[in-house]
Write a protein that binds this ligand. Structure first.
Ligand SMILES: Cc1cc2nc3c(=O)[nH]c(=O)nc-3n(C[C@H](O)[C@H](O)[C@H](O)COP(=O)(O)OP(=O)(O)OC[C@H]3O[C@@H](n4cnc5c(N)ncnc54)[C@H](O)[C@@H]3O)c2cc1C
Length: 328
C-alpha cells in the first residue's frame, strides 16, 4: 500500500487567507482542491509538501453564473457541477462534454475545473512509485537529469493531459489569478508553455480564482472528441476541441482546432482559416483539416500508448469532432 507523507492540512475560507498561508509556508506549501491528482502524486512522492492549503471552503471559488458579458465558473466548482450545469450545457456544450469525460463519476464529484486547468503534466517515466523511478535512475522532471523519452536534451516532454483546457481555449476563455502582488487575467491560450516540468504561467503561489468565458462564444458551433483506452476513468491519449463561427448557410467565418495529450501544452492547429474560411464545412473541407492536423502532430513516447498509433488517430478524432460540430 502506498502511504501519504506527513503534512498539515489548512482550511482557509478566503482567497487572502489562502494567500497568507502560502506566503507563510513558502515552498513547503501546496494548494489542494479536489486532490484527485495531487494526493496520488504525493503517494508516489512526486510532491512532499509539509503544508496543504485546501481551497474547498473558499466561497469566492464557488459559483457558476452570468456576470456582465461572460459566464464565470468558480475554480473550485467540481467537474460534475460543470458538466451538469444548465447554463454551461446550453451555452458551451463542448465544455460540458469535456468536463463530463474526465476520469470517472467519483473523481468528477471531487475533482474541480480549477484543478483540471492547473493539472500537472504526465509521463510514463514520472507517474510511478518512488521505488520504480529510483530503479530507473530518476528522470528530468523529478530528481534526475535524464529524459527517458528523448534520451537526449534538457527539456522535459511530459504530456499535458487535461481535458478541459483545449475547449476553454477554443471558447476564448480567460483565467483570473490572485497572487501576493494582486490579481491578473490571462487568456487560456496564453496560459500554457512548452515545458513539461512547469507548463503554465501560474506562479507557484498564485491561486486560480475563476474561469471566465465570453457569452459571445456561445454563438460558436463547438465539439469535443477524446481518445482513451477505456470508456471510463482514463486520462486522454488525445483530446480534440473544435469551434467555428458560421453564417446561417453554413459558410465558415472562422474556425479553430486545439489538440492535447501529445506534448507539454495544448496545441493550436494552424492554418485552419486558410483552408475553411468562406467555404461550407463539407466532407472535402473536413478531410483537408484532418490531414493538416495529422501533418502537424508528432506524439512522443511519453505516455504508455504507441506514439505512431496516437498519431494515426489524430485525423480520425479531428474528423469526428468536425462532423459533430457540423451537426451541432
Ligand atoms: C484514475 C484517474 C483518472 C483521471 N482521468 C482524467 C481524465 O480523463 N482527464 C483529466 O483531465 N484528468 C484526469 N484525472 C486527473 C484529475 O482527476 C482531474 O484533472 C481533476 O480535474 C483535477 O482536479 P482536482 O481539483 O482534483 O485537482 P488537485 O489534485 O486538487 O490539484 C491538481 C493541481 O492543481 C493545483 N490546483 C488545484 N486547484 C487550484 C487553484 N484553484 N489554483 C491554483 N492551483 C490549483 C494543485 O496545487 C495541484 O498542483 C484523473 C485522475 C485519476 C486519479
Amino acid at each position: 500500500m502506498l502511504r501519504l507523507p506527513p503534512f498539515r492540512y489548512h482550511r482557509p475560507s478566503t482567497v487572502d487567507g489562502a494567500l497568507g498561508l502560502l506566503g507563510e509556508f513558502g515552498d513547503d506549501a501546496m494548494l489542494v482542491a479536489g486532490g484527485t491528482d495531487l494526493i496520488p502524486n504525493m503517494k508516489h512522492r512526486l510532491f512532499e509538501p509539509a503544508h496543504l492549503v485546501a481551497l474547498r471552503d473558499v466561497d469566492e471559488l464557488r459559483g457558476i453564473r452570468e456576470e456582465g458579458d461572460r459566464l464565470r465558473v468558480g475554480a473550485a466548482e467540481t467537474l460534475s457541477a460543470v458538466a451538469s450545469n444548465p447554463d454551461v450545457s446550453r451555452l458551451f456544450p463542448a465544455l460540458a462534454a469535456a468536463a463530463g469525460h474526465v476520469a470517472g463519476p467519483q473523481l468528477r464529484n471531487a475533482g474541480t475545473l480549477g484543478g483540471n486547468v492547473c493539472l500537472d503534466t504526465r509521463c510514463t517515466y514520472y507517474n510511478q512509485t518512488r521505488f520504480w523511478r529510483e530503479a530507473l535512475g530518476w528522470c528530468l522532471k523529478k530528481d534526475g537529469d535524464v529524459c527517458h523519452v528523448t534520451k537526449v536534451g534538457r527539456k522535459c516532454v511530459a504530456a499535458h493531459s487535461a481535458d478541459t483546457p483545449p475547449v476553454l481555449a477554443t471558447l476564448d476563455a480567460t483565467l483570473l489569478l490572485a497572487g501576493p502582488e494582486g490579481r491578473r487575467e490571462l487568456a487560456v491560450r496564453d496560459f500554457f508553455v512548452a515545458d513539461g516540468i512547469a507548463n503554465t504561467r501560474r506562479q507557484p503561489h498564485e491561486i486560480l480564482v475563476e474561469i471566465r468565458i465570453p457569452l459571445a462564444s456561445a454563438r460558436l458551433r463547438q465539439a469535443y472528441a477524446k481518445l482513451r483506452q477505456r470508456k471510463a476513468i482514463d486520462f486522454p491519449l488525445l483530446t480534440v476541441a473544435v469551434a467555428a463561427e458560421c453564417e446561417d448557410d453554413g459558410t465558415v467565418v472562422r474556425i479553430e482546432g486545439v489538440v492535447t495529450g501529445l506534448g507539454s501544452r495544448p496545441r493550436i492547429l494552424t492554418g485552419w482559416d486558410e483552408v475553411a474560411e468562406g467555404r461550407v464545412l463539407d466532407d472535402e473541407v473536413v478531410e483537408e483539416l484532418a490531414s493538416r492536423a495529422h501533418r502537424q502532430c508528432h506524439p512522443l513516447d511519453n505516455i504508455i500508448v504507441d506514439p505512431e498509433w496516437r498519431r494515426a488517430m489524430v485525423p480520425v478524432y479531428v474528423r469526428r469532432a468536425l462532423l459533430d460540430l457540423r451537426a451541432a
